[in-house]
Design a protein around this ligand. Structure first.
Ligand code: ATP
Ligand code: MG
Length: 375
């Protein structure tokens, strides 16, 4: 089930549209740009775009899935090394030469068709040595090697060390590496990379920025029609309209709807409602991760989200709502910070002085299931 396959897409023909973004990413990879930042709210297709770009470019790549650190309060260097070791082993098999280069890195052993770090201590294996070995291999092969950190904002939880100096060094000297950072918490990713912070190692470096947003209404309808067409189905347009209205243009939710409908063998409004309910539970779980890491202000975040979901969505309306809820005054600076954190985590967006929850599933979750968050 190509278009409605719920996993991230890997083949061009399964990826709906995104011509411009895909071309930009392919161009960046072909030119071996040192730094690419791929951002967009959750489930808009970042991993799919990355995978399709990688599979269509004949470059070797190592993808490090930082989402495994979601929900954690802190990440140790050793955790990152474990994930890196796995990611290398996932791709190393056909590249015997790469293993030769990695073998020379202090603290790395080669076992059969994979590698093993002798220890996960930063003193034993250095990330820059690993990157240098990968780069030198690329240089010898005359190839650019992509190293992608998916959901890289999670690396801001790395304690005791920062990878930014390593990234800056790679940017300046490792000419055969293309580093890609993706993130669905857009502001948090930028806050982590600190590209515009003069005290950061990455300050002032230019980079390729690619942004993925939700589908427009027109694209959403077309996506659904085409997806159903692959099964010889022509659902009534009022059901498509209902799905687009309820699920917004979030590709992940539309895909889930298509997948569920096709699996059940019927396309009707009840399936849309059911998918919205599932989607809202998923969105709520993710919000819980955000709140768990900020448990001291969790109640306030929930109150703000309730205000926005109910339409009290300007600065003054949110403030009044919160003050009534708490029975106490709240300072402008506190409210500013809370809203900024929600924006940086891409949970809300600000447009024309109004704050909005752009994911309809999350909005639905807050309105219908928000009570379980308030405790
Ligand atoms: N352009 C597209 N065409 C077809 N399916 C898509 C497209 N974009 C996303 N999808 C589907 O939507 C879902 C989410 O996609 P994907 O995992 O690539 O997004 P993401 O932005 O990486 O999400 P997350 O933020 O959760 O990591 C998957 O089921 C994927 O197959
Ligand atoms: Mg992803």
């Amino acid at each position: 089930m190509p278009l409605f396959d719920p996993r991230p897409k890997t083949r061009r023909e399964d990826l709906y549209d995104r011509d411009r973004e895909l071309e930009a990413l392919q161009r960046a990879i072909a030119a071996c740009q040192p730094l690419v930042v791929l951002v967009g709210p959750r489930r808009c297709g970042k991993t799919s775009l990355l995978q399709v770009a990688l599979s269509s470019s004949s470059v070797p790549s190592i993808v490090i899935d930082c989402r495994v650190f979601e929900g954690r309060t802190s990440v140790r260097y050793a955790d990152l090394l474990r994930v890196l070791e796995n990611s290398i082993n996932e791709v190393a098999k056909p590249f015997a030469k790469l293993l030769d280069f990695l073998k020379r890195v202090k603290g790395i052993r080669v076992l059969g068709t994979g590698i093993e770090f002798e220890s996960y201590s930063p003193r034993r294996v250095s990330l820059s040595d690993v990157l240098k070995a990968v780069n030198d291999w690329g240089e010898e092969e005359g190839k650019c090697v992509v190293i992608a950190f998916d959901e890289a904002q999670e690396l801001s939880k790395l304690r005791g060390t920062s990878i930014l100096p390593v990234v800056a060094h790679a940017y300046d000297y490792l000419r055969n590496l293309c580093l890609i950072f993706t993130g669905s918490m857009v502001g948090m990713l930028y806050r982590f990379l600190k590209l515009d912070n003069p005290s950061s190692p990455l300050y002032g470096r230019s980079f390729v920025r690619i942004e993925l947003g939700p589908f427009t209404k027109e694209e959403s309808r077309d996506f659904l029609h085409r997806g159903f067409q692959e099964y010889g189905l022509e659902p009534p347009s009022d059901v498509i309209e209902y799905a687009v209205e309820k699920l917004g243009g979030i590709p992940g939710w539309l895909t889930l709807f298509g997948y569920t409908a096709v699996t059940r063998g019927r396309v009707d409004r009840a399936i849309v409602d059911e998918v919205l309910d599932i989607a809202s539970s998923i969105a709520l779980e993710e919000l819980k991760h955000f709140l768990e890491l900020r448990y001291q202000a969790a109640k306030r975040y929930v109150a703000i989200l309730k205000a926005i979901a109910q339409g009290f969505n300007t600065w003054s309306k949110i403030k009044r709502f919160l003050e009534i809820e708490e029975g106490a005054r709240i300072s402008d600076s506190d409210l500013y910070l809370l809203l900024k954190n929600l924006i940086d985590a891409s949970i809300i967006r600000k447009t024309n002085n109004e704050y909005i929850i752009h994911d309809p599933a999350l909005k639905y979750a807050i309105l219908k299931k928000g009570s379980i968050l308030a405790k």
